[in-house]
Write a protein that binds this ligand. Sequence first.
Ligand SMILES: [Zn+2]
Length: 526
Amino acid sequence: MYDEIKVIGSSHNLSEKAKETAHGINSAVEVVIDKAKADEFIYYLINEGGYLASKKEADKLFSISNSRMDIKAALYEMGAVTHKNHSFIICKADTETGRYKKNFGFGVVMVLTDGTNPKNMKDRRETMDISQDNISKIVKQVLSELDSGAKPTKSAGEIPKTSRAAMLTKLENYEIKEFPIPELGDDDILVKVEGCGICGTDAHEFKRDPFGLIPLVLGHEGTGEIVKMGKNVKKDSAGKPLNIGDKVVTCMIFKDNPDITMFDLNKQNVGGADVYGLLPDDDIHLNGWFSDYLVVRGGSTIFNVSDLDLESRILIEPCAVLIHAVERAKSTGILRFNSRVAVQGCGPIGLICIAVLRTMGIENIVAIDGQQKRLDFAKEMGATKSVNFTEYKGAEELANAVKDAFGGYLADFAFQCTGNPHAHSNIYKFVRNGGGLCELGFFINGGDATINPHFDICAKELTMVGSWVYTLRDYATTFDFLKRAKGIGLPMSKLITHKFPLSEINEAHRTNLRMEGLKIAIINER
Ligand SMILES: [Zn+2]
């Protein structure tokens, strides 16, 4: 019943195969693939615009009647057809082929893992793409598995018995403590920390401990190198192989909810999941990136980002916030190539916002801030014009300045990237009738803001989205964004204005609080 059956088997060229599969898809395609390769293939399909249905969603989709209306409704409910990014649906099948016989009128890729129906697979295997290269790879993998089976863990070089960690023991006070490096479990990974950015969240913890976590080891914008791993660890959360020496970042930790996986987070951001660097202290202690070593426990998400330099890797977490915000903004349908876009606030978040817009081909950007130094950097990052709000009195005057900067037009779309309630009140005035707005500046409660619902929202028919943190999918998108930004010459690494060794972490935080730089990073001594 499928229009096409592809047998990919253990092909090494998965990203190309995914591209071919996704190209112009508008019907059901079944793909037969080796179980070990399925997740990696799905990752590439998602990059091609696919929406991975959770098991529940897939079951629902295939259990409803054949009526086009019902299918449309189910797709709509999944958010797959309404969201412009998704041009097809991906279902991972754990049942035998031929069960799903439907005419969807929409692209569906059924990823069927080899081994689910050995009888059917046998003759298909004959067409499998096995090159000499592949065979030697498979042999190598089998040998390495045999090898790792004999030893409990793989490790490289000398690993010390203890690790330093900067523990926030009371408000505005880190103490460098020494903790034993624990035995690793079969699913755990030991990472030697290379560096970690200081986040606004860290600044709040340092000053006020709003989460009540003290004592703890902070630092969630970190990266480092794998020095040891348990025998069960083979791949990262995107299906890429993991080896000793690989450079990695972590994302969220999914407690005990088996329903949440990398790909089911289509509509969910990290609220509800934990991250290293914001965990309560326990008997392992090495829970945050402000340390020499981090113990990544089984069940955490981890990504192999060996193809990015240290600065880029430190910027992944804050960049993911903007990838998410711009994805939210795109859902309004207002943001286009030739849009006039206002970005208010030129801290790291606003500056990265400009960079993301630039990599999307948006060129007409006006940056708004009160510090000339930041506005100058905004221009380096790709803003066409800048407006210094300290030169204008009141929202009306400021809105006129923004209008002038766009050559006599208000913005089609605006991003609010400050945590200031007044800035929130003002930004409505910068947007034209029928325009859009994304508010992403309030990571934490920054108080109430006053708006005029008639003038600001109704009369303008404004479309507004809020954005907070990111999804795991945005994380993967961020890796590509960073490469693209570098490719078009944006000075991303200049965002890191200050570097401190771990031993000077208190001074690093104080510098951050004085707002002297942009992104401040701890870079570990070698
Ligand atoms: Zn952060």
